[in-house]
Write a protein that binds this ligand. Sequence first.
Ligand SMILES: NC(=O)c1ccc[n+]([C@@H]2O[C@H](COP(=O)([O-])OP(=O)(O)OC[C@H]3O[C@@H](n4cnc5c(N)ncnc54)[C@H](O)[C@@H]3O)[C@@H](O)[C@H]2O)c1
Length: 463
Amino acid sequence: MARYKEIGLEQFAVGVIGARYVGLATGACLARIGHWVTCVDKDPDLIAELRNGGMPFFEPGLEELVARGKSEGRLSFEDGEALAGVVEDSDAVFIAVGTPQGDDGAPDLSNVAAVARGIGRALAGGRGRENPLVVVNKSTVPVGSGDYVTTLVREGAGDAEVDFRVVSNPEFLREGSAVHDTLFPNRIVVGFDHPEVGEFMRRLYGPIIERSFAQRDEPRGVVPFVATDLASAEMIKYAANAFLAVKISFINEISNLCEITGADVKSVATGIGLDERIGSRFLEAGVGWGGSCFPKDVNALRATARKNGYEPTLLDAAVTTNDHQRELAVTKLERNLHTLEGKRVTLLGLAFKPGTDDLRESPSLWIARVLHARGARVVGYDPVVAAARLSSPDLEVAADPYGALSGAHAAVVVTEWEEVVSLDLRRAAALMSAPRLLVDGRNALDPAAVRASGLTYEGFGHG
Ligand SMILES: NC(=O)c1ccc[n+]([C@@H]2O[C@H](COP(=O)([O-])OP(=O)(O)OC[C@H]3O[C@@H](n4cnc5c(N)ncnc54)[C@H](O)[C@@H]3O)[C@@H](O)[C@H]2O)c1
């Protein structure tokens, strides 16, 4: 605490509403750089666990950072009832609640609306600060929602004159590296329509922008601060996720063409990725994208387009290709096993990517559902998704990979966890039943090593 005072950095009182992947990482990192943070969540069990030193979800490094913030007295946790008090005492309130996909593809904004109205009600009750409250929206919301938040805050305030400014500050963290991405982002995007709040956000993020707290071996240099209008900030978030989703679907389409023509998609990805205009990331072929962001954000952008009379053909195609990749995993199984009826299939990895226990829109759940519906017995293994967390009629969860593989006719690598790619393949082959098929849904294993261990190998886009 003294450190920041000594070097003259400013400290603000900040409320963060929503305390899971985005809210908790934001709150803990803002505390880490010297602010006073209260995280609020409507889930009382989550708050109780955080207060008691527990970590309600898996996110590397976050537990330690939360413990540090608590021990320094900079980070505290409150349930939803505390919103009014937090608004009263804060310079800024971050909205970091979930915006899940609604039935029509557009995001369900009811959580954002509840928080914005609550902030309005609290503002109507008065505030102990002179400056207008800065309402920072971190939830991913459709383009144009900045105005919507303003409207809702006013609605919540009723007839009272209230003083606040809405800022759009989209979040780009990746689950599995949320702490690193929040402390060392590659850019900070802030959309606003009053210059003084842009300046406030620059001061709030000062130590992150300057990387003034970086230790040896940590990134140095100034973080680009993209100051823009509200709508553009909201669009930047969608455009970033849509671009990455399209890039993955692109290499998957090339992968399918490689299978037809006899080319090897891994060589192709290396060959095109070395062109710096293309870049090598997100060029891994396989069962496609999932998770809590890409599917819902791409669908939200498609819904925005259609609502405005525009046909988003490229985004539609990216989704079609992505759906096809999951089906392809099942096709590869059926082709080798002839029928799925009565077969035992192991899913290696359940989370939508390594480093997280998030199962939202994970390809594993879709594949398990289809395999189960076609008569297979499906057993899953994941290093961090415990059986207790996943109650699905479609699959059983085994505690270790070899238990999951025992008696299996086939296995599918769905998540390229280290525990999965470093499996003892000979042991796996000894435990499995003929035809001992391994479908490498992430092209993560060495085909020659898999085959040498006695397994039948099928990758995506190569022999
Ligand atoms: N998870 C990611 O990797 C990621 C990355 C970038 C952006 N985002 C976006 O950030 C937002 C939050 O994502 P997340 O993954 O942390 O969401 P999440 O669904 O995991 O958690 C949201 C939390 O908000 C709480 N909440 C909902 N309504 C509330 C209310 N009225 N008052 C108080 N708390 C409330 C919930 O109880 C929950 O704990 C979403 O819009 C998401 O699209 C997520």
